[in-house]
Ligand binder design. Structure first.
Ligand code: IMP
Ligand code: MG
Length: 171
């Protein structure tokens, strides 16, 4: 295994997060939202993002485990769901990365049944070429090629989440 080049350094990530924060503030126009942070990968992104936003934000957490590979269906299980009532709320799901799209679609579905007014999705990274189920996020930080990346929350077997940059991992 070899740690390859830095794809986005900490400064580039910070710049893009600031841009996204501004775009989101404009979109929500001062009305309050509930941010649902997808654990664990989206933690650094979510905290940097919401800290830069002026929109009033309540924070909830969701934890989805994807079992792609074990089952051909690629089932998604939840080990943590939002505790607050989402009825009538404007929800913003904050994701680390969209790959096949299964996790994001499952999260979207799990939140929709709580009758929110709307569910929006922002993801730091998107790998559109890898999509296996239809899913279109509302905001994307960086759209990337089909490479495996680590750092800034993203892991390989729980390692590398603490890296300040996003790097390509050659497996
Ligand atoms: P999906 O359900 O296939 O879209 O997978 C999404 C999940 O797969 C993410 O939340 C990550 O945990 C993991 N994942 C997909 N691609 C990468 C990557 O390049 N680096 C680290 N984790 C990844
Ligand atoms: Mg992971």
């Amino acid at each position: 295994m070899k740690m390859n080049e830095v794809l986005y350094n900490a400064a580039a990530i910070a710049d893009r997060v600031q841009e996204l924060a501004k775009e989101l503030d404009v979109a929500f126009d001062g009305s309050s939202i509930v941010a649902v942070v997808a654990l664990k990968g989206a933690m650094p992104f979510a905290m940097d993002l919401i800290r830069s936003m002026k929109t009033p934000i309540a924070v909830e957490l969701i934890r989805a485990k994807s079992y792609l590979g074990r089952e051909s269906t690629g089932e998604v299980e939840f080990s943590l769901l939002p505790e607050g009532d989402l009825t009538g709320k404007t929800v913003l799901v904050i994701e680390d990365i969209l790959d096949t799209g299964r996790t994001a679609r499952a999260i979207y579905g799990a939140l929709l049944i709580q009758n929110p007014q709307r569910v929006h999705v922002v993801t730091l990274l998107d790998k559109p070429a890898r999509r296996e189920v239809e899913f279109q996020p509302d905001w994307v930080g960086f759209s990337i090629e089909n490479v495996f990346v680590v750092g800034y929350g993203l892991d390989y077997d729980e390692a590398y989440r603490q890296l300040p940059d996003i790097r390509v991992l050659e497996l």
